[in-house]
Design a protein around this ligand. Structure first.
Ligand code: FAD
Length: 384
């Protein structure tokens, strides 16, 4: 489906992503999820097609593409495998952070591997005490000569057992400094003193999600991202990007499910007629189709604003709370239209429902997104 945001490059890359997703990912979605397996060979294949973080500079393995392009790719990947779309999502989010705040030689080393699909980098902000009040974090990081020494736990981290490094936020200043006493650092996950655990979740099992413990972990100081004590304030801006991408990830999965359901209601009969003759069904699908299209344009618009260098914090927060909710609601409705078959593990609908649910929480809940939208809109009104 084309939009006002499309140009020829976007359309071409979308076709490449679509082919890869439908031919290489779709069939194995449920098998990978059930066995909790993330296929690194498929990720390398995706990297070889240039489908991971193409917006990065050429030095870092990208092609300097528009941010919009990554949104379009993630949407296509999520139509086939919602969870596999975490790889380009993390690639883009951490790609921006490393490109902008890491030493160039460290950024090059890691990002060339990320864009090639050879390695994943995770991001760790949440702690057991709570994720919403993100600046109020307690993980400590002390400077000792040329190293930082880290002790404590991060929890609820996506891809924590398949990533090879993690962008981590830790306190280097006093607790009362709140966001201003927090630094960001890239931590290779093979350093001594690191251990991980995996949660038993109701979805997103193939990418996995859990805790990372740091026991006197010594990280070379050159792995610091941004300035000491300013990591939170500087690096958090990247989340505006990932929020729009998450919206498209959820909507891709919702669109696929809705399209399958439009086809199904023409084939399935009840009371001597195809289901497509019952307006109780078609009007509900028509409403979801309208909302999914509107939400999709909203996410693309946030990315377009980012491409133009225009403010988009409010738009990105909108893209993070509504699309995951809408995706969940529309997939739920489609599941019911399939009757008992929709409830069975023979179809991917129940799996998609459990997978998209996670992103109503991950990367910030709807409550927090609405707080961000409120702050953004009030600031705009005050500024006149
Ligand atoms: C699938 C998934 C993937 C994730 N991936 C990552 C990851 O890769 N890295 C990472 O660091 N974290 C990740 N998280 C963690 C996620 O960011 C946190 O779970 C989230 O920020 C909420 O934190 P919490 O669970 O501690 O809930 P809490 O902060 O304890 O909040 C509990 C409830 O209170 C509400 N609430 C809190 N404060 C307010 C307020 N001011 N106003 C109104 N309501 C409020 C919340 O919305 C929520 O409903 C992931 C979580 C999930 C489910």
């Amino acid at each position: 489906m084309h939009t006002v945001f499309d140009d020829d490059d976007l359309i071409q890359v979308r076709e490449v992503a679509q082919k890869f997703a439908q031919h290489r990912l779709a069939d194995g979605y449920m098998v990978r999820e059930k066995s909790g397996y993330f296929d690194m060979d498929l990720l390398r294949e995706m990297g070889s097609l240039g489908l991971i973080a193409p917006e990065l500079n050429e030095d870092f393995g990208g092609i300097g593409a528009k941010f919009l392009l990554s949104g379009v790719i993630i949407e296509e990947i999520a139509k086939a495998d919602f969870n596999f779309a975490y790889a380009p999502l993390l690639g883009s989010l951490n790609g921006q952070i490393l490109q902008n705040f890491a030493r160039p030689e460290i950024a090059k080393d890691w990002l060339c591997k990320v864009t090639a699909g050879e390695e994943l980098v995770a991001i760790a902000l949440t702690e057991a005490r709570g994720g919403s009040d993100a600046a109020n974090l307690g993980l400590r990081m002390e400077r000792e000569g040329n190293h930082f020494v880290i002790n404590g736990e991060k929890t609820s981290i996506s891809a924590n057992q398949i990533a090879k490094a993690v962008v981590t936020f830790a306190r280097t200043g006093a607790p009362e400094d709140k966001a201003h006493g927090v630094s960001a650092i890239l931590i290779p996950l093979d350093l001594p003193g690191i251990s991980t655990s995996k949660f038993s979740n109701c979805g997103q099992n193939s990418v996995g999600h859990g805790s990372i413990w740091f026991d006197n972990v010594r990280v070379p100081a050159e792995f610091l991202l941004g300035e000491e004590g300013k990591g939170f304030v500087q690096v958090m801006q990247g989340f505006d990007f990932s929020r729009s991408l998450i919206g498209l990830q959820c909507l891709g999965t919702a669109r696929q499910t809705l399209n399958e359901t439009w086809r199904y209601i023409q084939e399935r009969h009840a009371f001597g007629q195809p289901l497509s003759k019952f307006q109780g069904i078609t009007h509900q699908l028509a409403e979801f189709d309208t909302k999914i299209e509107a939400a999709r344009l909203m996410c693309l618009n946030a990315l377009w604003l980012k491409d133009k260098g225009l403010p988009h914090t409010g738009e990105a927060a909108m893209s993070k709370w509504w699309p995951p909710l809408l995706a969940y609601e529309s997939i739920h409705a489609c599941l019911l239209v399939r009757g008992h078959a929709g409830y069975s593990e023979d179809l991917p609908i129940q799996q998609r429902l459990r997978d998209v649910l996670g992103l109503q929480i991950g990367d910030g809940t709807a409550h927090i997104m609405k707080n961000i939208i409120t702050k953004d809109r009030l600031k705009q009104l005050t500024a006149g």
